[in-house]
Design a protein. Structure first.
Length: 509
């Protein structure tokens, strides 16, 4: 029998609870759900903090959810409680998290935009599985408009082409424009210009103007689908482009109170409905899509699926491939040497798998190694001299699908130390990291340095080689290359860290 999972989401406009189970046929069965409005985003976007009154309301809601979960035999310590961008941006979030833990027993996990994208990707993948919708064949844009940010995923031939968390949220825009006494036409102009400013960056990763499949997630889009869309299946709709545009134009004339009365939604939802649908509509018109696909799913569904042990291995393989695809697209964006990157990645993987027992790291770290191998030279786009420093900067300030902020930092540090005589231990920022992260950086950097040395000339000389461990030596035996003097010189220059970390000398034959 499936075990019920519970997820609580603390968002910009409300606190939402989901209790669900994943059945043996890999379907999600919703057992219970609740949605309580809370103007958390308004507080943060106007004052930078969550007010005392909102804190008290939040605690009260969570206590109510705790009682609700007890009816399902779920303890608050076993429930997964997440907070998104508005909570993350609050300067007083830490004491509030402590207060929540002490008074309700819920431990809040703050997730960043990239983690939101990852969970939404899971939710969308599962919701359209076995349906006549396939983003693995069509170039696709997946859009989620929230109170604080707009999350966008772009896919090309089923692989992640780019992910972005845009500071273009309904509550954020409403607060900014309302303070200026702006009209709806002013809001339209603001949204249009914000999207146009972003368009150039998005187009460098995917030709959005040629995209024919547009997937939109969110309660506002579900509402629109119910009113002007056509059901594809129980939890999946499609809306024709012209019907959606007409609906967006129609509701411009409705006041907030009229929206509450007509659509039977809460006041807080009605406040942001106009802006939300406007953002979806403007992004839609950047594409060639003639309809919008609307799955009724959300980040909470994504959390439940991600925690399901039956699917975890399959999901992880899918994520790993999407992480690598995202890294490759980032390298392509900065006109990197893709053949060299792929050669270094291939050697890194072979070294990692050969030394897996000695390395003592898992599959996730293997994926971080592949990502770092692909991106280690990306800084050459800025300048070849000291390109490792520029690589570090670009990676730290880029969004790579599937990587947390800490993962991103680890990859950036590996790129920083893949060349030169300096070592991570001399860096104060490295010393401030946790011990497991420090060891991960050391081990993976040592491997990247060896792999980079073997393609010293960027000509992919070694397509056929073997790696063996003989006593205290790692022997790399090439099968078709004769003149390896440059690679041996490079190896002698870059193998010191490997020998220090793993205790093995490296010999190229």
């Amino acid at each position: 029998m499936a075990t019920p999972e519970s997820v609580i989401e603390i968002g910009s406009t409300g606190v939402r609870l989901l209790v669900a189970e994943v059945t043996s046929d890999r379907k999600q069965n919703v057992l219970d759900r609740s949605d309580m409005p809370l103007p958390l985003g308004k507080d943060v976007f106007t004052s930078g903090v969550i007010s005392q009154d909102t804190q008290n309301q939040l605690i009260s809601i969570l206590k109510r959810y705790r009682e609700q979960l007890e009816g399902w035999g779920i303890k608050s310590s076993d429930s997964y409680c997440i907070a998104t961008s508005a909570f993350r941006d609050a300067s007083n979030r830490d004491p509030i998290m402590d207060r929540i833990l002490v008074q309700t027993g819920f431990r809040v996990h703050i997730i960043d935009g990239i983690e939101e994208n990852k969970l939404m990707y899971i939710a969308v993948s599962e919701s359209i599985k076995d349906q006549p919708v396939d983003f693995k064949k069509e170039d696709t844009v997946i859009l989620v408009v929230g109170g604080s940010t707009t999350e966008i995923m772009m896919m090309s031939n089923g692989k992640m082409a780019g992910v972005h968390s845009l500071r273009l949220g309904t509550v954020r825009i409403d607060q900014q424009m309302r303070n200026q006494g702006s009209s709806y036409s002013d809001i339209q102009r603001y949204v249009r210009e914000s999207i146009n400013n972003t368009k150039g960056s998005l187009e460098s990763e995917l030709n959005i103007s040629e995209v024919k499949q547009f997937i939109a997630i969110g309660s506002d889009m579900t509402l629109a689908a119910l009113l002007v869309g056509r059901p594809i299946s129980t939890f999946l709709w499609e809306i024709k482009k012209e019907d959606f545009a007409a609906f967006v134009k129609q509701i411009q004339n409705y006041s907030i109170d009229e929206c509450v009365a007509r659509f039977k939604i809460s006041y807080s939802e009605a406040e942001t409905l106009h802006v939300s649908l406007l953002i979806y509509n403007m992004f839609l018109h950047l594409t060639k899509a003639e309809k919008i696909i609307v799955p009724e799913t959300n980040i909470r569904n994504g959390v439940v699926f991600s925690k399901d042990s039956i699917q975890s291995e399959e999901l992880q393989k899918e994520f790993d491939s999407q992480i690598i695809a995202s890294a490759r697209n980032l390298l392509r964006k900065y006109h990197g040497d893709e053949k060299h990157a792929e050669c270094v990645r291939m050697v890194c993987v072979k070294l990692f798998d050969t030394l897996k027992e000695e390395i003592g790291l898992g599959d996730h770290e293997r994926t971080l190694l592949e990502t770092a191998a692909i991106l280690h030279d990306i800084g050459s786009f800025i300048r070849f001299d000291h390109h490792n420093i520029h690589s570090n900067y670009i990676i730290k300030n880029s969004e790579i699908f599937g990587l947390s902020r800490n993962d991103n930092k680890i990859v950036a540090e590996i790129a920083k130390y893949h060349k030169g005589s300096s070592v991570p231990q001399d860096d104060e920022s490295y010393q401030m990291m946790s011990r497991p992260d420090r060891m991960t950086i050391l081990k993976l950097t040592a491997i990247v340095r060896i792999a980079d040395a073997l393609d010293r000339g960027h000509i992919q000389k070694f397509n056929d080689f073997s790696i063996k461990i003989q006593q205290n030596t790692v022997v790399i035996h090439t099968k078709k290359s004769s003149n390896t003097i440059l690679e041996k010189i490079a190896l002698s220059e870059k193998s010191g860290m490997f020998e220090s970390v793993f205790g093995y000398k490296v010999i190229l034959l």
